[in-house]
Design a binder for this molecule. Structure first.
Ligand code: SAM
Length: 283
């Protein structure tokens, strides 16, 4: 194999030249491939779908971490569901005010191989003393845990294979049960221009559970087809509207260095195009 052709869509797709194949194997849960490509550097794919690349991962990981953390203002206990490559963990541990981070990943081999072949993603974050890694299905974990979190970040695959469970109404309702008052749930929700049903389904499942359900976005080049959508669910309707001056102050005080995220991006990422507002019943 000297080319990787993504299989996400039937009639359209992206192809990468494999300059060096680093790892390829069937794990207990999915087909894992890691290769080097001259343009995107190291690329990790699961079941034929690109999950992350060294070149553009910062956009995705910064947006799923810093938007809810800065909007919340003082989160202490964070849950990451999925996220085996460690990029989300790297961004979360940057927040010194966070005291406990639990990550529930279904596939231990993704963590091990990403530590080995994509070390720039986690940058040692798996060894942070605040971090507790659990190998389990995210749905099973949120249903059974007695712990409460200030923010839950779902860094999942697409709703195919093992990822399907963490897009269900049962998952969202269990997340709601284990969020503290003032808590926020954010989830990766695909590329709405290509996967509009994913956004519609998530909106329909979250709306009965949370007082404020919306989406925000960012363009991540390897998630092809336009802007990616992140779902936002909270009971405190004010959090999404936290003023830009407050966000600027929190960002400055944190001294966190980002490459994509900044307070202006934060604020504007909640502005959605009309077709998307229509799909989620907000026109
Ligand atoms: N950023 C990527 C994207 O949007 O394409 C996804 C990142 S990838 C790290 C997602 C991770 O979710 C994988 O490591 C996968 O093993 C994990 N995962 C999938 N289903 C899961 C489940 N039910 N519970 C916990 N983790 C799951």
């Amino acid at each position: 194999m000297n080319k990787f052709a993504e299989t996400l869509y039937d009639s359209y797709g992206q192809e990468f030249r494999i300059d060096e194949l680093l790892f390829e194997s069937k794990t207990e849960h999915q087909q894992l491939v890691i290769f080097h490509n001259a343009a995107f550097r190291r690329v990790m794919a699961l079941d034929g779908i690109v999950q992350t690349t060294e070149k553009d991962e910062f956009i995705y990981h910064e947006m799923l971490t810093h938007v809810p953390v800065f909007a919340h203002g003082n989160p202490k206990n964070i849950l990451i569901v999925g996220g085996g490559d460690g990029g989300m963990l790297r961004e979360v541990v940057k927040h010194q005010t966070i005291t406990r981070i639990t990550q529930v990943e279904i596939d231990g081999q993704v963590i091990e191989m990403c530590k080995k072949y994509l070390p720039g993603h986690s940058q040692g974050a798996f060894d942070d003393p605040r971090v507790n890694i659990i190998i389990d299905d995210g749905l099973n974990f949120v249903i059974n845990t007695k712990e409460k979190f200030d923010i839950i970040i779902s860094d999942s695959t697409d709703p195919i294979g093992p990822g399907k469970a963490i897009f269900t109404a049962d998952f969202y309702s269990a997340c709601k049960k284990c969020l503290n008052q003032g808590g926020i749930l954010v989830t990766q929700n695909g590329v709405p221009f290509m996967q509009i049903d994913e956004v519609k389904t998530t909106a329909a499942r979250l709306a009965p559970l949370f007082k404020d359900c919306h989406f925000y976005g960012a363009s991540v080049p390897t998630y092809i087809g336009g802007m990616m959508a992140f779902a936002w669910a909270a009971d405190d309707v004010n959090l999404r509207h936290t003023g830009i001056d407050v966000i600027r102050e929190r960002y400055k005080t944190s001294r966190i260095k980002t490459r994509y995220y900044n307070p202006e991006i934060h604020f504007c990422s909640f502005a959605l195009p009309q077709y998307l507002l229509e799909a989620i019943g907000k026109t």
